[in-house]
Write a protein that binds this ligand. Structure first.
Ligand code: SF4
Length: 286
């Protein structure tokens, strides 16, 4: 169920094809068009580089590739540095887990390096609707800083993110779709009920609760893993299956840790009917 999130959830198949390294031309003159220019978007939560519209790569604020398009396919990297491909053919959406992810990371790094060269040569453009414009000095400065972070992520370093993910998280079985972009924190593991016959999400693990000290360590590991990219995550999701089954006396110290680490972000959680009735929702949880 919970495939496609960026929290490193379980893959399904492994039939992906590696991207074709496309080294198309990078027009740098004033005759560049939206179709053939090297475009950049410097957003508050991500940087997107588009080379000739054939390769489009979005990087998170740490400089890690987040999603990209190449050879008519769309790819997405999870926090665990797994790569999932997606393509729609004749109205049928296919999704697969990519085998050789290093090839993809080489491609995204190459697009970052090409953007660096284009910036130095004055060839990058921003698109204001259909009009292109050169970057102003402030934008060049910001993009220079972002490209430095992008270029620091070698394929080997990106592959190492899996180990960091596994130090921060236990398996994340499922998230509500509207929480894919949240900071996921595992206050509990599994489900305290775990007996619904139709549900297999947590059958491989006993229900456990993180006490405050262990939870604070987990929160710090997640913060370190996300780095600057945490700025693009507007909310916090309390996992796993039914964290709100905890009494308010156990829940509120955990929530205080969250409020301190991620101030101002709304909290969400799954809740099972019986546990929710029993414990009543803690203030601030949706
Ligand atoms: S309460 Fe929810 S998470 Fe727990 S077993 Fe039932 S469906 Fe699964």
């Amino acid at each position: 169920m919970s495939v496609g999130t960026d929290t490193g959830t379980a893959p399904r198949t492994d039939t992906g094809t590696a991207p074709r390294a496309d080294t198309g031309t990078d027009p740098t003159g004033d005759d560049a068009t939206v179709e053939n220019a090297f475009l950049v978007s410097i957003g508050p939560g991500a940087t997107t580089l588009s080379r000739n519209r054939r390769e489009v790569v979005t990087f998170d604020l740490e400089g890690r590739p987040q999603s990209w398009m190449s050879a008519g396919r769309t790819f997405k990297r999870s926090l665990a540095s797994e790569v999932f491909g997606r393509r729609t053919v004749d109205g049928v959406r296919r999704r697969w887990r990519v085998g050789d992810v290093a090839d993809h990371f080489r491609l995204t790094g190459e697009v970052g390096a090409a953007a660096h060269r284009a910036l130095a040569g004055g060839g990058l453009r921003r698109a204001d609707g259909v009009r292109l414009r050169r970057l102003d000095e402030a934008e060049k400065g910001e993009l220079t800083r972002r490209l430095a972070r992008i270029l620091a992520w070698t394929p080997e370093r990106l592959l190492g993110e899996r180990a960091r993910f596994l130090r921060a998280y236990r398996p994340v079985s499922i998230l509500p779709p509207d929480q894919y972009g949240s900071v996921v924190l595992q206050a509990t593991y599994g489900c305290s009920w775990n007996r619904c016959t139709f549900c297999t999400f947590y059958q491989d693990r006993p229900f456990q609760v993180r006490e405050a000290a262990a939870f604070a360590e987990h929160v710090e590991a997640v913060r370190a893993l996300l780095g600057r990219a945490v700025d693009a995550r507007p909310g916090v999701f309390f996992g796993d299956g039914n964290a709100l089954v905890l009494s308010n006396a156990r829940l509120e110290p955990l929530m205080e840790i969250v409020r301190t680490a991620f101030p101002g972000r709304p909290l969400s959680s799954f809740v099972d009917v019986f546990g929710g009735e029993r414990s009543r929702r803690a203030p601030g949880v949706t």
